[in-house]
Unconditional design. Structure first.
Length: 354
């Protein structure tokens, strides 16, 4: 008997170490930090990690207060004004629905600048680029964090319907068929126009991969909805026809390699490189229009049935986390192995364990 055991161990050792381990290591996502928004308190950062969530995130609005992590303080919000907080930047923008100025404040509520703009500001993730959308949605101006014109300066189209941001720029689509890909400074990377006067077309939704190499457009063409995946030059790599027409925005995530996740009200679909379905999740009940579809570049997060699902790019389900407060949104961390989930009451950090 002992000789059989010794023989097995020798055989296993030779196979494992010299022939190679054929088994992929398990990937595990852990909730490593959480913050209570109503009380402005949370867990201490994990000292084993190089990054501190409070150094990454900018702030949030809770009730009539704005809280900012870098300053570790809350300021009173102006009930008569609207605010935009760059997710990973500093400070906040203040404007009015019918107004003539846009103001930029620090997290200490100190006025940094005020400019005569009648448009609605939409900052990118860091606030370094601010898109100013006109009231009729037919024009977008590009300015920098100091309020000065930057990059292409002006984009014209027929009714802006969606904007997607990543660390590597932004992607804008107009219902009339125009799209514009901008870099981090607002310079044009490419622009496209899809127009066929013989058939009805309407751009409805957009997405941009974290590395900026891929973009997606959800479009009504004739009597069908399609999702097109574009490469870094704006060329269509493939086009997927959806089973039905969705008259609203769809939430889409794209990996850094071009895998595409679509979170529909009734199901979640993940498409691989070859545009073939590699993951399908049927929801228990048809949900509302707003969904979560987020990509870190290497992983996806999607909402379904009151839970957050975390997938890898091959369609493997890595985590299934129940969320008790809705609505929720995903916030990037700037890393491919982590992200944040923000609910009405809290912010949670999810990180892949190395």
């Amino acid at each position: 008997m002992i000789y059989h055991i010794i023989g097995f161990l020798l055989s296993f050792t030779a196979t494992f170490f010299w022939a190679g381990n054929r088994f992929s290591p398990a990937v595990y996502f852990q909730e490593n930090w959480a913050w209570n928004k109503s009380g402005d308190y949370g867990m201490d950062e994990d000292r084993r990690l190089k990054t501190n969530p409070k150094n990454i995130l900018n702030g949030y609005k809770s009730g009539n207060r704005l809280f900012f992590f870098h300053e570790n303080k809350a300021v009173q919000a102006d009930d008569t004004a609207k605010t935009e907080i760059p997710l990973l930047g500093r400070g906040f923008l203040k404007y009015y629905k019918i107004g003539k100025t846009i103001s930029y404040f620090s997290g200490d509520n100190e006025l940094l600048w005020e400019k005569n703009y009648k448009s609605y500001p939409r900052p990118d993730l860091t606030g370094d680029l601010i898109l100013l959308v006109s009231g009729d949605n037919n024009q977008v101006l590009t300015i920098d964090i100091n309020g000065n014109p930057s990059g292409i300066r002006q984009i014209d189209g027929r009714f802006l319907t969606d904007i997607s941001f990543s660390y590597n720029g932004s992607f804008l689509i107009f219902s009339g068929g125009e799209s514009a890909r901008l870099d981090k400074k607002g310079n044009s990377v490419y622009s496209t126009v899809f127009e066929d006067k013989s058939i009805l077309t309407f751009n409805k939704s957009s997405a941009l991969s974290p590395n900026g190499e891929f973009a997606a457009i959800h479009t009504l063409i004739g009597e069908s909805d399609f999702i097109s995946l574009l490469d870094k030059n704006g060329k269509i790599l493939h086009k997927t026809r959806l089973e039905q027409v969705y008259p609203h925005k769809l939430y889409i995530g794209i990996s850094d390699n071009g895998e595409l996740l679509v979170n529909l009200p009734e199901k979640i679909i993940l498409f691989g490189h070859n545009n073939k379905q590699i993951f399908l999740y049927e929801k228990k009940n048809r949900e509302g229009n707003y969904q979560v579809a987020h990509s870190t570049g290497n992983f996806f997060a999607a909402s379904a049935d009151g839970r957050i699902l975390i997938l890898d790019t091959r369609g493997n389900l890595l985590k299934n986390k129940q969320v008790h407060s809705w609505p929720v949104r995903a916030i990037p961390s700037g890393e491919t192995n982590s992200f944040f989930i923000e609910t009405q009451s809290e912010i949670i950090s999810f990180r892949k364990l190395d």
